[in-house]
Design a protein around this ligand. Structure first.
Ligand SMILES: CCCCC/C=C/C(=O)SCCNC(=O)CCNC(=O)[C@H](O)C(C)(C)COP(=O)(O)OP(=O)(O)OC[C@H]1O[C@@H](n2cnc3c(N)ncnc32)[C@H](O)[C@@H]1OP(=O)(O)O
Length: 376
């Protein structure tokens, strides 16, 4: 049943009566749904980067794209009713408990046992990332940085962890808007990666299956990476006419070390081969198994697929009981001196990628994928 105007007005009144502050992430969602329900798609200029509050509001509204007014009204009413129910029930202090992002089912955020879990939920598309998902992940990280959880986890639903950027993001671009789209894509990428660089609590990747593209490169910004032995790690940037992001041009060579020198078989007089592992991945697109990724320092520990979920969550629940402030401060000590550098690298990688997206090599690769001529 569709929410009526009366239901919508009741919901607006109910918001004022909430006993508990729902937190910034939910307030932004409410704001966005309200604007979309009353005014339709975002049609105002984007505020400047330093106008943080209005930019966050604009981003939240803009992320709703062309969601119809009636659906927005319904989502607003549903969200308020779930908030009212939870604020009247047990009085729990867990702000993100079993929270499903309205407007998109592609991301599910839950908070339990001191752990905020962000789950990519597009299993039929191998959890490929849409623009809405990039925005929702940023909002979820922002909320998780302030909620009372001790650690945050990113994982995937289904057989894949994530197949990277959704390549259909490159379609339906009207002629004349290609450069604008590349520019806004680079801004989105930079903002997105910045959120990982700045995330203040221990951040854990539970890699439940194969990982591709940006979902791999970001791993260098996580504090722990647990992988099933079924996972693979693939960064086919050259195949796609693209270039590395997620700060991987810095984190991968740093973690994988200098050139590994491999001598050929002396009898057959092979040449000396000396290619750094990071180059083999980021330039030549070599796919690593979970065990290879662990040897290279990208993965913390590999678990048998049959016991993966059980073993990992037992471990994480134990970690989440450690004193949260001590964990946060230790992370700061480990990471802070690199932060400025990482932000600069992120900005540089994003701007190089902006150029790559306009190249024939990139366009041809996308067309080939979409016309099912090429798969990785
Ligand atoms: C703004 C920020 C930009 C950040 C820059 C990021 C860059 C990257 O992440 S580069 C990496 C991009 N990813 C890829 O190139 C992966 C493309 N996908 C594949 O090659 C394959 O789908 C596969 C190897 C991931 C899985 O193959 P398979 O097991 O055979 O499954 P299907 O191909 O049948 O996939 C099922 C379904 O999902 C769709 N899909 C999978 N990945 C993507 C994707 N990345 N983008 C769009 N769609 C994807 C696939 O097309 C199938 O759809 P249907 O045919 O409609 O069922």
């Amino acid at each position: 049943m569709r929410a009526s105007q009366k239901d919508f007005e009741n919901a607006m009144n109910q918001v004022k009566l909430l006993k508990k502050d729902p937190g910034n992430e939910v307030k932004l969602k409410l704001y966005a749904l309200y604007k979309q329900a009353t005014e339709g798609p975002c049609n105002v200029p984007k505020p400047g980067v330093l106008d943080f509050i209005n930019k966050a509001k604009w981003d939240a509204w803009h992320a709703l794209g062309s969601l119809p007014k009636e659906t927005s009204r319904q989502n607003y009413v549903d969200l308020v009713s779930s908030l009212s129910a939870s604020s009247e029930s047990s009085g729990q202090v867990t702000p993100a408990a079993d929270r499903k992002q309205p407007g998109s089912d592609a991301l599910v955020v839950t908070s339990q046992d001191g752990i905020t879990t962000i789950t990519l939920n597009r299993p039929d598309k191998k959890n490929a990332l849409t623009p809405q998902m990039y925005h929702d992940i940023m909002l979820a990280l922002e909320a998780a940085s302030k909620d009372d959880s001790a650690i945050a986890v990113l994982t995937g639903n289904g057989d894949y962890y994530c197949s990277g950027n959704d390549l259909t993001n490159f379609t339906d671009i009207p002629p004349g808007e290609v450069e604008d789209r590349a520019r806004s894509g680079a801004v989105l990428l930079r903002d997105f990666v910045d959120c990982f660089i700045d995330f203040p609590k221990p951040l854990v990747a539970v890699v439940n299956g194969p990982a591709v593209g940006i979902s791999v490169t970001l791993l260098g910004l996580f504090d722990i990476v647990y992988a099933t032995d079924r996972a693979t790690f693939h960064t086919p940037f050259s195949h796609l006419g693209q270039s590395p992001e997620g700060c991987s041009s810095y984190t991968f060579p740093k973690m994988m070390g200098p050139s590994k020198v491999i001598f050929g078989n002396l009898k057959t007089k092979c040449n000396v081969i000396s290619i750094p592992k990071a180059t083999e991945m980021l330039v030549f697109g070599k796919k690593l198994t979970a065990r290879e990724a662990c040897t290279q320092g990208l993965v913390t520990e590999v678990f048998p697929d049959s016991t993966f979920q059980k073993e990992v969550w037992v471990r994480l629940k134990a970690y989440s009981k450690l004193p949260p402030n001590a964990m946060r401060i230790s992370k700061q000590v480990i990471r802070n001196r690199e932060k400025e550098k990482l932000h600069a690298i992120n900005a540089e990688e994003s701007s190089i990628l902006q150029e790559r997206w306009l190249s024939d090599e990139c366009m041809n690769a996308i067309v080939n994928f979409l016309s099912k001529k090429a798969k990785l």
